[in-house]
Design a protein around this ligand. Structure first.
Ligand SMILES: [Zn+2]
Length: 339
């Protein structure tokens, strides 16, 4: 038993915990109940798959990885959570999806809701599922500003744009997506007013990546988490080498401190504070368990075997079988920390 304690936040009891907006059973938290009352899943989009779902008065999200209502066929739907803020004079689009094709689908869904133009795009981080849809937005709105952290822009320019096109759109599209580099660099700490809506930009240091943008809409009491929190899946499993796990723990504490009513994860269902708290509990247990195993002289392989047992309550989370990749990276970071 390497973990000092199991997470104190109760896990979801439903084996496929997506879909609080659709479930007849009581939601997980009082805030989720409040959101569900606000909810109107289809919003004029008819019965199309992956409609925008209402999170707050002005905030809507396509829960792209809802495998219960979306086809798993790659390219037919977003695998992340494209979201919009409906401003007074236009739409702010956050993370337009994994390819031109998915970006076009997202725009179709926007047009099914409103005639307002897209007036700004935000990219939360460089992992290709989240931002390659920029191309579709630029096709329709050639002048639209695209905001991202400066380091994301630099990394794209240094070759990672091509990497992500090869890695993602080869699987999702018949035709090749072109990456569109964001043109408005941010650093965190900015407060923007776009289409009449105030947006606070946060960067809490190296966490899921070295450039995560966390967006807060104070008037809506909503926070967009990007890749910092995804659920139900092992955090940072996709590209563990990009993560600083102690930083991810610290940044997750920071987003909890923003005290929002609703948190929109990069993948999975929005929820109240319970969402980042679950992620924090899991990451903390994983990191502390890895550190304890390191201090006992175990190899990363032995740590993984032990922690898979200790954390078995999470075994339904996506990529749990691949936990070893995250633990190996954590193990290296613990090693560096000890020197
Ligand atoms: Zn990511």
């Amino acid at each position: 038993m390497l973990t000092p304690q199991l997470p104190e936040v109760p896990l979801m009891s439903d084996p496929t915990p997506f879909g609080w907006a659709h479930l007849p059973s009581p939601p997980l938290s009082s805030i989720a109940a409040g959101l569900m009352l606000l909810g109107s899943p289809a919003l004029g989009a008819g019965d199309v798959p992956c409609p925008f779902e209402r999170v707050s008065e002005r905030v809507y999200v396509i829960v792209g990885s809802d495998h219960q209502t979306c086809s798993l066929k790659a390219g037919d739907h977003p695998l992340t959570n494209p979201a919009i803020i409906v401003g007074e004079t236009g739409i702010v689009l956050i993370d337009p999806g994994s390819s031109r094709r998915v970006g076009r689908l997202v725009l179709e869904r926007v047009r099914a809701m409103t005639d307002k133009p897209v007036v700004a795009v935000f990219n939360s981080h460089i992992h290709g599922l989240y931002w390659l849809g920029n191309q579709a937005v630029r096709e329709h709105y050639p002048e639209v500003p695209i905001y991202a952290h400066e380091r994301m822009i630099n990394r794209i320019s240094q070759g990672e744009g091509d990497f992500w096109v090869d890695a993602i759109t080869g699987d999702h599209d018949g035709d090749r997506t072109e990456f569109i580099v964001p043109n408005h660099p941010l650093h965190g700490g900015e407060t923007l007013r776009i289409a009449g809506v105030e947006i606070k930009v946060h960067h809490f240091g190296h966490a899921h990546t070295d450039h995560d943008l966390i967006l807060e809409v104070p008037d809506e009491r909503v926070v967009f988490l990007g890749g910092l929190v995804v659920e139900p899946e092992v955090p940072s499993q996709g590209v563990p080498r990009d993560a600083d796990f102690q930083g991810q723990i610290a940044a997750t504490r920071q987003v909890i401190g923003l005290d929002a009513d609703a948190y929109v994860p990069g993948r999975g269902q929005p929820d109240g504070e319970v969402l980042p708290r679950r992620a924090l509990s899991f990451l903390t247990a994983l990191y502390d368990g890895t550190a304890a195993g390191y201090d006992e002289g175990l190899t990363d392989f032995e740590v993984t075997r032990t922690l898979k047992g200790d954390l078995a309550d999470y075994q339904r989370w996506y990529d749990f079988a691949e936990l070893g990749a995250v633990i190996s990276q954590m193990y290296l970071q613990v090693e560096q920390e000890r020197f």
